[in-house]
Design a protein around this ligand. Sequence first.
Ligand code: HEC
Length: 132
Amino acid sequence: MKIIILAISVLFLPNLSPYFQNDELSSSIGKGKLLYQDFCITCHLPNGMGTKSVVPPLANSDFLIKNRSESIRSVKYGQKGNIMVNGIAYNGLMPAPGLDDDEVVDVLNYITHSWGNDLPIFTEKEIKTIKK
Ligand code: HEC
């Protein structure tokens, strides 16, 4: 009997894991949306487009897509100095939002699954590897 249960688990569990991941992702996106409204929307705007040459866009941002670690660093610790986003130069200041690591995860999952963005899920384990 045990062996049969084991065999069934081995056969079915891997097939179920994408559903668990989707659940985790959609709950994180839901929390991230609220954080975005509290901590980001005034500058990056509801459509994630920012303001040309002043606040860079998050929607289809090549910076967000190509520089995963730098993007995490920006959201954890703030961002200043010269950066290039979608061919436009920015030299502004984003103060550190002051979020906990789990909130950084949620807001990143929200912005990378909004406005046509679609990046792999962020986890707290990954966020913790990024230092100032
Ligand atoms: C006070 C305005 C302001 C707020 C609030 C703000 N940002 Fe920013 N953000 C900026 C500016 C300005 C830059 C570019 C800084 C530079 O020129 O180096 C930036 C850069 C970024 C970048 C990297 C560049 C890009 O466009 O991909 C990300 C990612 C980002 N912000 C996400 C967020 C998130 C998420 C929040 C909320 C937790 C947030 N920002 C809150 C102004 C802001």
